[in-house]
Design a protein around this ligand. Structure first.
Ligand code: FES
Length: 67
């Protein structure tokens, strides 16, 4: 059983749930509270790598269904 679940939200971010840590390119850990975060996949967030809701006014569209 996986410890982490990553769910692409319809027309939105990647929702990460579980026991995880997020690090930058140098391996420094981001401070994250709780066991759920949303990661930007539209490229518009000013809080990258986290989603700040900018995908909505940007009109980001992406499928969220597994193929
Ligand atoms: S997915 Fe939400 S700001 Fe990019």
């Amino acid at each position: 059983m996986a410890d982490v679940t990553i769910t692409p939200r319809a027309n939105g971010p990647l929702m990460v749930q579980g026991d995880f840590k997020i690090v930058d390119a140098q391996g420094n850990e981001y401070s994250v509270s709780g066991d759920v975060v949303t990661l930007c996949r539209c490229g518009e967030s000013s809080e990258k790598p986290f989603c700040d809701g900018s995908h909505r006014p940007a009109g980001f569209e992406a499928s969220s269904e597994a193929r």
